[in-house]
Structures are given as structure tokens and as C-alpha cells.
Design a protein around this ligand. Sequence first.
Ligand code: S3P
Length: 453
Amino acid sequence: MIAGPRQPMRFAACGPLRGVAAVPGDKSISHRALIIASVADGRSSIAGLSDGADLLSTAGALRALGASIAQNGKEWIVDGVGPAGLRSPEGVLDMGNSGTSARLLMGLVASHPIEASFTGDASLRTRPMDRVIGPLRRMGALVNAEPGDRLPLTLRGAARPQPVRHETRIASAQVKSALLLAALNTPGETAVAEAVPTRNHTELMLRHFGAPVRIDLHGTGVRVGITGPISVEPRQVRILGDFSAAAFLLVAALIVPGSEVRVEALVLNPMRTGLFTLLRRMGADLSMEVSGEMQGEPIGAVTARHSRLVGGSFFTGPSAPMLIASAIDEFPIFFIAAAFASGGTEVTGLSELRVKESDRISAMAAGLRAIGANVEERGDGLAIAGSGGDALAGGATIDPGLDHRVAMAFAVAGLHCREPVTIADMSPVRTSFPGFARALAEIGANPEEIGSC
Ligand code: S3P
């Protein structure tokens, strides 16, 4: 994706936030739907795909690999290439800001006798790829990467891919998914054992497309196996809203006095809703109504009312790693909630946050300090002293770098600060939630575009 102009915006204190909001289709599920439909044997349709730019990176790469992908109003039509039908793309595949696109597509390519080069934006080029390259090399892929196994890299898929058994060292749905996608075109059983279970959208979407996926309990976690080669059947898919996008609107309602906001038509997979659990433990007035299932994913609505949040140490005991995995993308906005709570909140075990779209531990610590919060940065977490529900000072300009979630987190913080918070560039938000500022305005905030800052 080509970077556009910077988009500075100002977020000021507002009256109560009220209303019903909708958010874009789940980003993780959208990637899976596009990728799996692209190797299906025939035409699939996808409704509700995320409108985030990350999906354009995935769609562009899949087209270059041979799939035909078209948008017809709100529906995406995908003509898959069928088993073993991928071809070598002509140009470099630009994954923009999207780690999910890069890692999942590297897995897809790894078991086809084709060659593809991958690159990304300045953020993605710093992110570790060894976690996925290592097991893909064991499957027979040849990878030529920058020092430290980072992008840009060229991957030559295996002509005779070998199945592997992989125990994930780091809880990562992207690594698991890369191997499961490689497994589709690999004879024999490829299995991934996860000590800490991660989001299972790939497994559920593969099953929806008629692919048998074996899931067994394994020690403290799960073992997921696919016996290839598998021919994937075309399907219709409908994707509901992204809890990770809703999280920003829900926390906004929790911290702005008098608010009540409901977000409807959400995917509520328990492997994604760890933030809900955490906020409830902080005393948040939050309710979840699960109303059914779609492609095996629980769906429903969440309502948040302004709450007196109470901080604490929520990441101790044997369930901590699972809770962290199920909230992994929500820590920027969780830290904002903690900054408005009574008492202190301590979070450890979050070293993965240092290799997301930015180093989210140091970015959040610096930003929180700039808006007047009392925070201490630790190697793998933060300690935050909350304001007791009072407005923070604000009055600072936050540069989110290329991190959409850091930008949205501090935008929300600005809604309960004495002086407005300026986000030096809101354009990264396009990767996951292009309508974020409009959604905030629709429930009563006053986001303001400014010429410069
Ligand atoms: C994702 C998995 C997570 C998450 C990312 C999306 C996915 O990354 O942080 O935003 O769609 O599989 P990791 O696999 O690196 O934990």
C-alpha cells in the first residue's frame, strides 16, 4: 500500500456517548475467507469483509497468485484456482502494514512449486518472520530473507512439501495458520501443537469450506492437524463485526461519564474476547448477548455503560497466558482503561507487544506519560497508576507511528482529558477501521481534522 498524506486529528472531551454502533467485518476472519476461497475449486462469495486496507494487501497478493477477486457492492466474489493452482506472481507482493497477510500467505505459497517475493511498510519490515520461516523451511520451502529473517524476502515453495509436527514456542495464530494453509497442499499430516491456544478462525473457516481439520486436546493446549492434499470446496461466507474494533468504542463508553454504547452484529469468539473478561474483572458495566453462530463463530452484541473501573493484577496464575492470547490486540485500549481506573494495574507476560505494528509497550508508556498518567515501563509489561475516573491532563500530541491501535487508543483517551489530545497521524487507522472517527462522532464525540500539528 502506498502511504498517503499524514492526517492529524484532535480528540477533545465530550458529553455522554450514546447509541448503537456497527464496526467493520472481523479482520482476522476476512483474511482467512479471502485466502481459503482463493484456493477453492470454484466461485465463493463473501459478505461483510473488513474494509480495512490490510485486506486490500491480501486481495492484491492473491490476485497476483492467480485468483480472480472482484467486489460487487458489499459482496466479494472469489474464483479460486483449485488445488495446486497457484502461479508465481510477476511483481513483489506488498503486504503493506499487515503481518497476517505476510505470514499466512507465506504459508500458502510454501507448499506450491512457485516463487514469490514479499515486502511491506517500514513497520512490517522490522517484524520477526523467523517464527514462520523456520517451520516452512522444514516443510521444504527455500527462503532468502534479510538478516534476522525479516522482509523483504523471497520464498520458493517446495515441489515435494514434507508434513511437519510443530510445537509453537510463541502463542501465535499467524504461525499456526501459515502451517495449516501450507498443509492443504502437503501429502500427509501436518500438525501444530499449541501450549497456549490461540484464535481458531483458520480451523473454523477451513471446516466451513469442507476441509477436515482434526483438533485434539494436547497437554495444556490443543493440537490441530490437517492431512493433505485437500481440495477446498467453494462456499458462501458472511462475516460479522470485529470485536477488536468494537473494543475502542466500548472502552470510550466506559470512561466518558454518562455513556451507554451498544455494538451489534459482532463475532464473539471466546479466543478473541479476553478484553471483555479483563474489563469485567475491573468492575466494568459490560454485558454480552450471544445470539447464535456463523461459520462456527459465536455472534452477538456487547453493551458498555460508564463505569467506575478498579485496577489490579489480572495476569497471574495458570490461566494468564490464555487470557493474554485472547486479548493480544486489545492491550493499547486496555492500558487506556487502566489509566482511568482507581488504583494501580500491573501487566506482565506481554513481550509479544514489543513486536506488533509498533513496540506497543514503549509507545503506550510514552503516550500515557505525555497525557499525564503515571506509568512505569517494564521489560514485558506496564504498571499504571489510575486517575480514579478523573479526566487526565491531555494536551499532548501523540505520534502513533504506523500503529493503528496506538492511534485509536489515544484518540479514545482524549475524550476524557482536560485538554484535547492530538494524534499526529490518524491515517494508519485505515488498515483496520477506516470509519473509526465517523463511528465515534455518531455516538457523540467531536473528532476534529486539523491541518497540521
Ligand atoms: C492475528 C493473530 C495475532 C494478532 C494479529 C492477528 C491473526 O498475531 O496479534 O493482529 O489474524 O491470526 P500473532 O499470531 O502474531 O499473535
